[in-house]
Design a protein around this ligand. Structure first.
Ligand code: IYR
Length: 220
């Protein structure tokens, strides 16, 4: 068993005006983050990807187990295989596996079974959730993996945007093919597939509104 070990918190107080300036500036920046489905093929510098992935790795996690693996796919043949498998699943989804109500709520997004972004985007970050850990040949439970990986992905999406990159959270369902194509160990379950890169020059996104604060926040 690992004993508790503590160290002083590194915390620098910030003047209140500066706190507000930072918070509003971050909010203004995030307000411009959009899910992008049309990518240029231009490559993304490896150092940039490493930096945003480190941001994801700073996320809190259940029992600090960090139950995530990020697989960065840039090899064209691997992207081609992922696209083919994802489109095969999406043909089923759009062809009747998704209930009509589901198809209805997707209509404003203009999505269909074609996923060229899976080949065009220079990098696909495939996030895996480690359902359990292994040490000394023994399996041990991981706690709150869905929540932990979801938080890490949130950090990643914000970091990608902050770095000037576009991304899409894509969940071709079911995602088992990603575990096979990327040869992941049995503990790993595909969580989300994130194409990353630069938008095409004529890239359009759906014209959508976001809820105002008073529509999603309650004060007591
Ligand atoms: N996986 C499909 C359908 C889809 C589902 C949701 I929920 C979305 O927010 C968007 C699409 C697809 O990627 O097209």
């Amino acid at each position: 068993m690992t004993e508790a070990r503590f160290e002083p918190l590194e915390f620098e107080p910030i003047p209140e005006a500066e706190m507000l300036a930072r918070a509003t500036s971050f909010e203004r920046d995030l307000s411009r983050r959009r899910s992008v489905r049309h990518f240029k093929t231009d490559p993304v510098p490896r150092a940039l990807l490493e930096s945003v992935l480190k941001c994801a790795g700073h996320a809190p996690s259940g029992a600090h187990q960090q139950p995530w693996t990020f697989v960065v796919v840039s090899h064209p043949e691997t992207k081609r295989r992922i696209r083919a498998a994802a489109e095969a699943e999406e043909q089923e989804n759009y062809g009747g596996r998704m209930a009509p109500e589901w198809i209805d709520v997707l209509r404003p997004l203009g999505t269909d079974a074609h996923k060229p972004c899976l080949e065009d985007a220079p990098a696909l970050i495939v996030v895996f959730r480690q359902a359990y850990g292994e040490a000394g040949g023994k399996k041990f439970k991981h706690y709150y993996t869905q929540e932990s990986v979801g938080i890490a992905v949130g950090f990643l999406l914000a970091a990608l945007h902050r770095a000037g990159l576009c991304s899409l959270t894509h969940t071709p369902s079911p995602m088992g093919f990603l575990e096979k194509i990327l040869e992941r160990p049995p503990a790993e379950r595909a969580f989300v597939l994130i194409p990353v890169g630069y938008p095409t020059d004529k890239c359009e996104v759906p014209a959508l509104d976001r809820k105002a604060l008073d529509e999603f926040c309650v004060w007591r």
